[in-house]
Ligand binder design. Structure first.
Ligand code: TRP
Length: 358
């Protein structure tokens, strides 16, 4: 019965703690989805290896994200939670699918170019993309600065994550849409090469319900992101969190009644809207409009309202982290479910490709 539900799959790279952006943009929605869909949430530890190959950090990150998922309300009784590397079928299918993926299309992927440039220490061109120079840099790079092949084939691995579960709905951020497009292309290509109707083409699953959820950072511009250094983490202790919020960028105050808001202040209001009661937001908006606002008060309120959301999560994370047996039971059960479906897909794929037993 449950396998009639549509299959949703989403993964997160094991590269650090989860922040408010992850919470409002994804986690909170995942919790709502788990009643309605066949939900599969996994920790992409193999993907993390492409950029963060530190063994101790990797394991610690996998564990902390698992704890954060569970603490935020993802229920292993409803959703399948697993670790990518616990499903070896993914690695085998990755090899098989790579036979139908072009190095050219991989090299043209935006995320690859960005990450490869970072490895080589070269800047992105300001105008026009010079692929030829880029390719030369990559091919000519000395072995100390190498761009690892895993980085190039990152989209293959991501496509496998999705296709091996035959997931049809994949909630991802904007920066991942190109990978999803490649996944569709690989699925189509495989189906048409072998003349089969085997892989469904997955689509993006828009979690925003119309109004895009953009969680801004505390540095005045742009969205909250791990690499931006502007994050509030779910596990920040109250002191750290208050300090971060109190230090958030603002401006010199409203320039007159009903004056337009600068981006840094508008960002604080966006955060307030996500975390505070509507009356509180209205009251501060009013105070901004009539110039009586004190940003210190706004920040104090914001910090407390964020803490109202994160404190129970942070406490549950601590409980989870202390209960290794529970976490290992969750991932073992999750892997079992994920492997069952993966093994089925892989067996059929091998057979379609002509890898058959005597
Ligand atoms: N590449 C994704 C990211 O960095 C993580 C990811 C890996 C993923 N495999 C996936 C997301 C499969 C959705 C589906 O955010």
């Amino acid at each position: 019965m449950s396998d009639k539900k549509e299959i949703i799959l989403s993964g997160i790279r094991a590269t650090g703690n989860l922040h408010l952006g992850n919470y409002f943009g994804a986690l909170k929605k995942f919790v709502e989805l788990q009643d309605k869909y066949d939900c599969n949430f996994f920790i992409a530890d193999l993907h993390a290896l492409t950029t963060n190959p530190d063994p101790d950090a990797l394991h610690a990150n996998v564990k902390s994200i698992l704890a954060e998922y569970l603490a935020a309300g993802i229920d292993p009784e409803k959703a399948t939670i697993f670790v990518q590397s616990d499903v070896p079928e993914i690695s085998e299918m990755y090899l098989l699918l790579n036979m139908h993926v072009g190095i050219g299309e991989l090299m043209r992927t935006t995320s690859f170019k960005d990450k490869a440039r970072k490895c080589l220490g070269i800047k992105a061109p300001t105008e026009g993309d010079n692929d030829e120079a880029f390719e030369k840099e990559i091919i000519g790079a000395d072995t100390n600065k190498r761009v690892n092949a895993g980085l190039l084939t990152y989209p293959t691995l991501m496509a496998v994550d999705i296709l091996i579960q035959k997931a049809t709905k994949v909630p991802v951020g904007k920066d991942q849409l190109q990978h999803l497009e490649l996944t569709r292309r690989f699925a189509r290509r495989f189906n048409s090469f072998y003349g089969v109707d085997f892989f469904p083409e997955p689509t993006d699953f828009d979690l925003s319900g119309g109004a895009p959820i953009k969680v801004p950072g505390l540095d005045g511009s742009g969205k909250m992101g791990k690499s931006e250094g502007n994050c509030i983490y779910l596990v920040d202790d109250p002191k750290t969190l208050r300090k971060k919020v109190m230090r958030a960028v603002t401006d010199e105050g409203p320039q007159g009644p009903n004056s337009p808001m600068s981006e840094p202040v508008a960002n604080l209001f966006t955060l307030l809207e996500l975390t505070s009661a509507p009356e509180v937001v209205t009251q501060f908006r009013q105070a901004y409009a009539d110039c009586s606002i004190r940003y210190g008060d706004l920040k104090k309120q914001l910090a407390e309202d964020i803490l109202n959301i994160t404190t129970p999560i942070r406490e549950r994370v601590a409980d989870m982290l202390a209960d290794e047996a529970y976490i290992s039971r969750v991932v073992r059960d999750g892997a079992e479910k994920a492997r069952a479906r993966a093994a089925e897909t892989l067996a059929e794929m091998r057979s379609i490709m002509g890898i058959r037993k005597f």
